[in-house]
Design a protein around this ligand. Structure first.
Ligand code: A3P
Length: 365
């Protein structure tokens, strides 16, 4: 029996369809298996999740000598090293702890479970002094600089710089230079991938002036801010992005590196401005983030009109009212408003990117 031509065509098309379905299935299966083979086996690697942001920032910086060199590479470590958070048989002979030991409480030094990683001149000292009022928080007094300067000394060295804690207390350290240290995210992740990260941020224009004010207090012969902020001094028009006080304010650039190693949920961004205007509100956020009872409240603060900043009624070490030291809350020099406007214009796109990345609009103009 003769098959009509139209049927023959339909049959041919059907066969072709089945063949192409089979081929595409085989190809996709191979592709998926190859991709999964090339993926790292461990979950806790620094990833390239924020490459699109990196690309944006690279574009912004293309004409500056500051294009980050590390943004092209993947930061895979081989495995997460498990570091004991508690020393097993640490003892302290001081009589202060004898009573506690008699009660069966064993003080020990722990590696920090939370870090204030930055930013320099953001209000990091204020945050540390305020949160350490909490009875469940113990903090290293001075900046330890482990993840930037002393990493080669090892985790045991770091742990010995931590205060003694009792069960239930958490240890915090602050070194604002961590935020801008290229290797710090991977190193912190290596210590403990669950580390909570606090970043105090402040309008980058004010921050740059604060940074300069600190520098000139140590080196009075420094040139005026306006001269240092521009490539050709006051006659120039382009911002000198290689100058530390300016460079550090591009927060998004540094945050990209951290987000390759830690999820956003492990960060708390504290507003440096609000820490001055309403410290209790920021401290409430901080205590919630650290999983602490809300103990530090507005009752702990008073506004000192001479200093122009909030001060403490009492703290961990002192029972009388006191403010932060003379080096915190300095008077800033007068800066030409045109210079300020140029700086604001410069930071605007980077600030927007930072707002997008953090999901918070800090309201810097
Ligand atoms: P200025 O001295 O420029 O005003 P850091 O501790 O990170 O170095 O930040 C210093 C900044 O903290 C100070 O910068 C100040 O503005 C801010 N700050 C926030 N709360 C403060 C407080 N209660 N007392 C003094 N300074 C405070």
């Amino acid at each position: 029996m003769e098959i009509p031509v139209s049927r023959k065509i339909t049959l041919c098309l059907l066969c072709l369809g089945i063949l192409s379905l089979y081929l595409s299935y085989t190809f996709n299966t191979c592709l998926v298996s190859n991709i999964s083979k090339s993926l790292p086996k461990h979950k806790t690697f620094c990833t390239t999740q924020y490459l699109n942001v990196t690309y944006f920032l690279q574009l912004q910086w293309r004409h500056h000598p500051l294009v980050p060199k590390d943004n092209t590479g993947l930061h895979y470590t081989t495995a997460v090293r498990v570091v004991p958070l508690l020393a097993v048989n640490e003892t302290d002979a001081s009589p202060k702890y004898r009573f506690l030991r008699q009660q069966g409480l064993q003080p020990a030094r722990q590696l920090p479970s939370a870090l204030i990683i930055g930013v320099k001149k953001g209000g990091t000292r204020a945050l540390l002094e305020f949160i350490r009022i909490h009875p469940d928080v113990r903090a290293a007094g001075s900046e330890v600089h482990f993840f930037d300067k002393h990493y080669s000394k090892g985790f045991e060295w770091y742990r010995h710089h931590m205060p003694l804690t009792l069960e239930g207390q958490i240890t915090i350290e602050k070194s604002p230079s961590y935020f801008i240290t290229k290797e710090a995210p991977r190193r912190v992740q290596h210590m403990n991938p669950s580390t909570k990260l606090l970043v105090v941020v402040r309008d980058p224009v004010t921050r740059s002036i604060s940074d300069y004010t600190q520098a000139i207090s140590k080196k009075p012969e420094m040139k005026p801010f306006e001269e240092l902020a521009f490539v050709n001094g006051t006659t120039g028009n382009s911002i000198d992005t290689s100058w530390g006080p300016i460079k550090l304010g591009v927060y998004a650039r540094y945050l990209v590196r951290w987000l390759k190693c830690f999820p956003l949920s492990q960060f708390l961004f504290v507003s440096g401005e609000r820490l001055i205007v309403d410290p209790a509100i920021e401290l409430k956020r901080v205590q919630d983030f650290l999983g602490l009872k809300r103990v530090v409240t507005e009752k702990h603060f008073y506004f000192n009109s001479t200093k122009g900043f909030p001060c403490l009624f009492k703290s961990e070490g002192r029972s009388s009212p006191h403010c932060l030291g003379k080096t915190k809350g300095r008077n800033h020099p007068y800066i030409n408003p045109l210079v300020l406007q140029k700086l604001r214009d410069f930071y605007r796109p980077f600030n927007s990117r930072f707002y997008q990345m953090t999901g918070i609009n800090f309201g810097w103009s």
